[in-house]
Ligand binder design. Structure first.
Ligand code: G1P
Length: 270
């Protein structure tokens, strides 16, 4: 069973500047909830009970958000506003934090969770990618059957493949691939149209693999380089996620997700 998840939330949010100078993109509101809360709820729904959020100096708002708001809760209780009280209560999950001192790459952020994961398999959930659907649970189901690393995949139009890790693999069954090769942000000749979406399940071997990864030309330790090492050593699967994925670093998809939830809410009310 997968009980632990790492959420790397230390990036600068450059795609969403200037607002990310003061508001972390993980705190962007979607229907009055910060986007990271959707990821935490997805983890809870999948049976995960411990989360490590990797923050940076400018992300204290995330830590404050998931804290108890004793004064507010007392106020709502006295005023008999129990529906609101439920909304402000902290999520029912244990959250740990660690800080990434400088932007050393996604691989480095994940590696900071080495002690947190110990000898247990774990999930990695990137809060840029919001998934309306089962999300990480689908990967956990594959992990439980195969006992190997699993990456979340989405089919993407060719023009957009250069923004993602792209896999080459052989189809095992509908929507499931055994990965042979992975290329980070291919400028040309992407090996397929299957892009890595920010959901992963790894065994602790990933941590050992990341220790060996050398920084790229930009000085960053790439998670994809760690995955490449895992591929050389054993099996790794890719599962096409059935849920709808929204990359909230893209203005269009951020707005699309709000529209989608709004429509869903209206439908539920009728
Ligand atoms: C990261 C990964 C990339 C993956 C993407 C998913 O890129 O490096 O392989 O496809 O997340 O969102 P980033 O979005 O941090 O540039």
């Amino acid at each position: 069973m997968i009980k632990k998840a790492i959420i790397p939330a230390a990036g600068y949010g450059t795609r969403s500047l200037p607002i990310t100078k003061v508001i972390p993109k993980e705190m962007f509101p979607i229907n009055n909830k910060p986007s990271i809360q959707y990821v935490v709820e997805e983890a809870i729904a999948a049976g995960i009970d411990q989360i490590l959020i990797v923050v940076s100096r400018s992300k204290n708002m995330i830590v404050d958000y998931f804290d108890d708001s004793l004064e507010l809760e007392m106020f709502l209780q006295k005023a008999n506003k129990s529906a609101l009280l439920d909304k402000v209560k902290r999520p029912n999950i244990q959250i740990f934090y660690t800080r990434q001192a400088y932007a050393g790459g996604l691989g480095q952020a994940v590696r900071l969770g080495k002690e947190f994961v110990g000898n247990d398999p774990f999930a990695v959930m990137l809060p840029d990618d919001l998934i309306v659907g089962r999300g990480i649970k689908e990967l956990i189901d594959v992990y439980e059957e195969k006992n190997s690393h699993v990456l979340g995949l989405t089919e993407v139009e060719t023009e957009r493949l250069q923004n993602y890790g792209v896999i080459q693999g052989s189809k095992v069954e509908q929507g499931l691939y055994e990965i042979r090769h992975i290329v980070e942000k291919p400028k040309q000749d992407p090996p397929s149209n299957l892009a890595v979406t920010g959901r992963y399940v790894f065994t602790p071997e990933l941590m050992a693999a990341l220790e060996k990864v050398v920084p790229d030309q930009t000085g960053e330790i790439q998670l994809t380089d760690g995955i490449q090492r895992l591929l050389a050593a054993g099996k790794c699967y890719g599962k096409v996620l059935t849920g709808q994925r929204f990359d909230i670093g893209s203005e269009k998809e951020y707005i699309d997700m709000q529209h989608m939830l709004f429509k869903q809410q209206r439908k539920d009310q009728h």
